[in-house]
Design a protein around this ligand. Structure first.
Ligand code: PLP
Length: 404
């Protein structure tokens, strides 16, 4: 008889976005005239930049001719892209990373979910609370949980690090020593960023404890302040303790095109094994490469025109972020984020629960956001707004929230 992977049964329901969609559907059914604006989902809305469209067209044409046709991509990704990444994202920032430490993929969601496969089942993981849910769910699927503790309402081998207002929504070093530490900066959902000296403490801690940091830098392009590192490899010693995840989704609008990469330095060794080689084995066995045309589009992100156009695109979203942050703050809301990230994290007024505030905003202002509790217990009493809408819709949404 076939049995199933029972670890999947331990997953908590992923109700957040489906519940939001249901509530909006029901509200619209009752109020067909309502013009609902969503600042909820973290997806981009601006079209691909012209430099990327040009690169796509050119690559599509190449695929139509025998002399320039490409089949399977090399396991790690095309050298033209890996070399461009190294030059622009790492060498330009003084980080020592080589092209054979870059693994091109179809995005950071896959990589953040898959990377745990190269680690032992007994490892203790530490995650921020609130958190991008993929880190915990994929470890639960893999059975990396330990026993369930009913009084703490969590698994023994999953350490939650509360990110609270009093600490600028940054995690503190955990009491129980973890083996794998997931950090995401700039952060989704809180929009917080970490200074280099703070991140250095995590790198030192991981090296001291022989732990590995999985550093999700999907929102790196939104950093505006000096002193905020764009890569964990800006910290001394990160090559011996950190894996970095990057994405083209939010810096270049590739959420539908799909492209990302993971950096695994060769100096990262555990139990005598070079983790880069383990990941190369995993990547080569289970992944057959991002499409050639998409990798060419990724290369165009770093061209002079691409850089210029994308700076403008990211600037467009950050103008929304600044407007949301300053307008809500001037109206007396407690808000953070939105300076180095496209997310604004607001405290719900009058101690309302995240869902009560969601309902009030939907009914009173026809605006949709994301309840903070959907990202973890420490998100209760908070609400996430995204800067990914159009400027006009975002202005209108904020006007409505303020008049509420
Ligand atoms: N990591 C974080 C923190 C995210 O918020 C997201 C998407 O919202 C991703 C990864 C996924 O990125 P990608 O589109 O490259 O899969």
């Amino acid at each position: 008889m076939t049995t199933i992977n029972k670890d999947y049964l331990k997953l908590q329901g992923s109700y957040l976005f489906s519940t939001i969609a249901r509530k909006v559907r029901e509200y619209k059914a009752d109020n067909p005239q309502a013009e609902v604006i969503s600042l909820g989902i973290g997806d981009v809305t601006q079209p691909l930049a012209p430099a990327i469209i040009d690169a796509l067209h050119k690559a599509v044409d190449e695929m139509g001719h025998a002399e320039t046709f490409r089949g399977y991509a090399p396991d790690l990704g095309y050298a033209f892209l890996r070399e461009t990444i190294v030059k622009n994202d790492y060498e330009a920032r003084g980080c020592r990373i080589t092209p054979d430490e870059i693994f091109v993929s179809d995005g950071a969601k896959s990589d953040s979910g898959n990377i745990q496969e190269i680690f032992g089942k007994e490892n203790v993981i530490a995650v921020c609370d609130p958190v991008y849910p993929v880190y915990v769910d994929t470890n639960v699927m893999a059975g990396r949980t330990g026993a369930y503790s009913p009084e703490k309402e969590c698994y023994d081998n999953v350490v939650y690090m509360p990110c609270l207002a009093e600490n600028g929504f940054l995690p503190q070093l955990p009491e129980k020593t973890p083996d794998l530490i997931y950090l995401c900066f700039p952060n989704n959902p809180t929009g917080s960023a970490i200074q280099k000296d703070e991140l250095q403490k995590w790198v030192d801690y991981a090296n001291e404890k022989n732990a590995v940091i999985i550093y999700d830098a999907a929102y790196e392009a939104y950093i505006t302040e000096a002193g905020v590192p764009h890569s964990i490899y800006e910290c001394d010693g990160a090559r011996t303790c950190a894996i970095e995840l990057r994405s083209f989704s939010k810096n270049a609008g590739f959420t539908g095109l799909r492209l990302g990469f993971t950096v695994v330095p060769k100096d990262l060794v555990r139990e005598g094994t070079v983790l880069r080689d383990l990941w190369a084995r995993r990547h080569g066995t289970k992944f057959n490469g991002a499409p050639y045309i998409v990798q060419r589009a990724g290369e165009a992100v770093y061209s002079p025109e691409g850089k210029e156009q994308l700076k403008e695109q990211v600037g467009y979203y950050m103008r929304n972020a600044e407007m949301i942050r300053t307008e809500l703050a001037s109206a007396g809301f407690e808000v953070s984020g939105g300076v180095n990230a496209p997310y604004i994290w607001m405290k719900t007024p009058e101690g309302m629960s995240s869902w009560d505030f969601f309902d009030r905003l939907l009914a009173g202002a026809n605006v949709v956001g994301t309840p903070g509790c959907g990202f973890g217990a420490a998100g209760e009493g908070f609400f996430r707004l995204t800067a990914f809408g159009s400027y006009e819709n975002t202005c209108e949404a904020i006007r409505r929230i303020k008049s509420l």
